[in-house]
Design a protein around this ligand. Structure first.
Ligand code: SF4
Ligand code: SF4
Length: 112
């Protein structure tokens, strides 16, 4: 079992989840985060911290299909261990639908 991030995170990227993860297993794309499924210890503390409810256990309906995506991106995106400010417009994008089709940017987060 692992926890995953789904497309509700896209273009919001509040990073409340990152602060609480005891094993630093979040990875950062340009406009969303993912969880490394093999590093996640299934503690679940990040789930209630996520404002758009993008974090789910892979046992939840519809969550299993996100495991491979989280694994694939966590292998090529940089690790994120500290909270950042949310992306501009995060509040407006919170409830948007079809985020993956309409908003996802398939790039690693820019590094300083
Ligand atoms: S708290 Fe949720 S929406 Fe925010 S960065 Fe973490 S997973 Fe994404
Ligand atoms: S469930 Fe625990 S270990 Fe897994 S990503 Fe969330 S905080 Fe980190």
């Amino acid at each position: 079992m692992t926890y995953i991030v789904n497309d509700k995170c896209i273009s919001c990227k509040y990073t409340d989840c990152v602060e609480v993860c005891p094993v630093d297993c979040f990875y950062e794309g340009e406009n969303m985060l993912v969880i490394h499924p093999d590093e996640c210890i299934d503690c679940g503390v990040c789930e209630p911290e996520c404002p758009p409810e993008a974090i789910l256990p892979d046992t939840e309906a519809g969550a299993g299909e996100w495991v491979n995506f989280n694994l694939e991106k966590s292998l090529i995106w940089p690790n994120i261990t500290e909270r950042r400010d949310p992306l501009p417009g995060a509040e407006d994008n919170l409830d948007k639908t079809n985020k993956f089709q309409n908003l996802f940017i398939d790039k690693p987060a820019p590094q300083n």
